[in-house]
Write a protein that binds this ligand. Structure first.
Ligand code: SAH
Ligand code: SF4
Ligand code: F3S
Length: 466
């Protein structure tokens, strides 16, 4: 049965904005808020909406806890380590709350949506006054108001399948690069992954809304737009209009202006030849595909419920390289999925050697309560997994460095996007998304420059303006 996502109406959003106005009148000036973000780009984008609301309520942004009247931790649940960091931060915040009991400490994001976490917060972290899941973000003003008025703790965990909401204010954190969320949720239920339980069912925004937002971004002077979704390749499913991700890419590419388009993440089971062909045709679409492999063993891929095998994945790689011979290919790999044997792991190593990714994010499997893999037998020790992890990293680092060496002497068009304080230099990215450091004036930030690559290491390139 097809699930129809709940649409939050314009009236409902306006009601939230009007609460912001009320709060603004009540708090006066000189009030501050702080938003700390953990996890993926989707969370970064959510934080920009939270800041948008806070700003509409009259709060100024700060990164100093002591100064902030509202402290928001927007959290991630994808691995245990991410959660431990947040519990650590919350512990430290108990002093801040003691010094100023009026402070509203808020926990939101994917961690907050888990019943077990909410329970732990209820019991052991009285400093948290407000907790809400990602699907409740649209009514953040109402929740804050309720904490302010009742002086009681408020817990709002999302129920249902997830909603679609338009028209929330954004306070964007960058002037050059912008996130543009095109869909939310995930229907893939990879057996290790918590995301489908915290972000609910996959639902796409309407193309007209996305294109209008992209136009606004270009008009505001943004030079890079990154389209976000847990699986952008299934964009459009369930919408009444006939559309898909390749079509959306072409439509955004047609917007006039000097800007570039990136996107993430692609699921290998849904990547289509139409997408590769659109990437090749769209001059604004950058030369980069992030295609998470997760494992090189068919047995493990099947246990992960990834719904592709190595033959399919290799065909995808072959196809994209036909369309875009210089495509920069990056991936995610999980080491130590329950019962991953030495043979399985060696298949991953072999795949990595054969495909030769440009870069990789590697993770040691982390058990997530509520996912099917949680109960799978897992006979290998943490130490054994760490050894595999180190071998994989060594292999990839060698390949990344070899690939980076091929850039030396090449010319690249680069969007200068910021500075690297440590190296006292400018930073930018190649079309394929590789980091470039170079000397130059900060006035160049936000411009496209031709750069000659002169040096490299495993993680980045060095260049000179020409
Ligand atoms: N939707 C994206 C991934 C989001 S999570 C996709 O499917 O590509 C980002 C990455 O975290 C995943 O690709 C996976 O490699 C890793 N990951 C997810 N759950 C994990 C877990 N339980 N343990 C370790 N790594 C995990
Ligand atoms: Fe998680 Fe898989 Fe969905 Fe990615 S596709 S968010 S890994 S369930
Ligand atoms: Fe983390 Fe949620 Fe993103 S679990 S990776 S913040 S979707």
């Amino acid at each position: 049965m097809e699930i129809k996502p709940k649409e939050i109406t314009k009236e409902q959003v306006d009601a939230q904005l009007s609460i912001c106005e009320d709060i603004k009148k009540e708090i006066g000036t000189g009030r501050y808020a702080m938003v700390d973000t953990f996890g993926c780009q989707q969370n970064e984008e959510d934080s920009e909406k939270i800041r948008g609301y806070l700003s509409a309520m009259g709060y100024e942004m700060t990164d100093k806890e002591a100064l902030a009247d509202i402290i928001v931790l927007n959290t991630c649940a994808v691995r245990e380590h991410a959660e431990m960091r947040v519990f650590g931060n919350l512990g430290a915040l108990s002093h801040v709350k003691k010094d100023d009991p009026e402070k509203i400490i808020t926990l939101c994001g994917c961690m907050a949506q888990q019943e077990s976490v909410a329970e732990k917060i209820r019991r052991s972290f009285p400093q948290v006054s407000l907790l809400f899941g990602p699907d409740e973000l649209w009514r953040f003003p109402e929740l804050i108001q309720s904490v302010r008025e009742s002086k009681k703790r408020v817990f709002a965990l999302g129920k249902g399948d997830g909603c679609v909401v338009e028209g929330l204010p954004h306070l964007r954190s960058d002037k050059v690069k912008a996130w543009l969320s095109i869909m939310n949720g995930c229907n893939n239920f990879c057996t290790y992954c918590i995301v489908p339980y915290t972000r609910f069912r996959e639902r796409s925004r309407r193309p007209s809304e996305i294109i209008a937002e992209a136009r606004e971004l270009v008009f505001a002077g943004y030079k890079e737009i990154t389209l976000l979704g847990q699986n952008v390749n299934s964009y459009g499913r369930g919408l009444s209009e006939e559309t898909d991700f390749a079509k959306l890419l072409r439509e955004i590419n047609a917007i006039e202006g000097d800007f570039i388009i990136r996107f993430m993440t692609s699921h290998p089971k849904d990547a289509t030849e139409e997408l590769f062909s659109a990437m090749a045709d769209c001059e604004k679409c950058e030369n980069h595909l992030h295609l998470p492999l997760q494992s090189g063993s068919d047995r493990v891929l099947s246990a992960m419920n990834r719904r592709y095998d190595m033959e399919k994945y290799n065909n995808q790689v072959k196809k994209i390289r036909e369309y875009l011979p210089d495509v920069v290919l990056t991936t995610d790999i999980i080491v130590g999925f329950p019962d991953e044997t030495e043979e399985d792991f060696e298949e991953t190593l072999r795949a990595v050697e054969e495909i030769r990714f440009d870069a990789m994010f590697t993770f040691i499997y982390s058990k997530r309560k509520g996912t099917p893999a949680y109960d799978m037998p897992d006979p290998f020790t943490r130490e054994e997994k760490q050894l595999r992890f180190d071998r994989l990293l060594e292999t990839q680092n060698r390949i990344s460095e070899e690939k980076h060496k091929e850039y030396i002497g090449r010319f690249e068009r680069i969007l200068i996007d910021g500075t690297d304080k440590k190296d006292a230099c400018l930073t930018g990215r190649t079309s394929g998304g590789r980091l470039v450091r170079l000397s130059g004036d900060e006035a160049l930030i936000g411009s496209f420059q031709n750069v000659k690559i002169t040096d490299c290491n495993t993680w980045a390139l060095r260049g000179e303006l020409i």
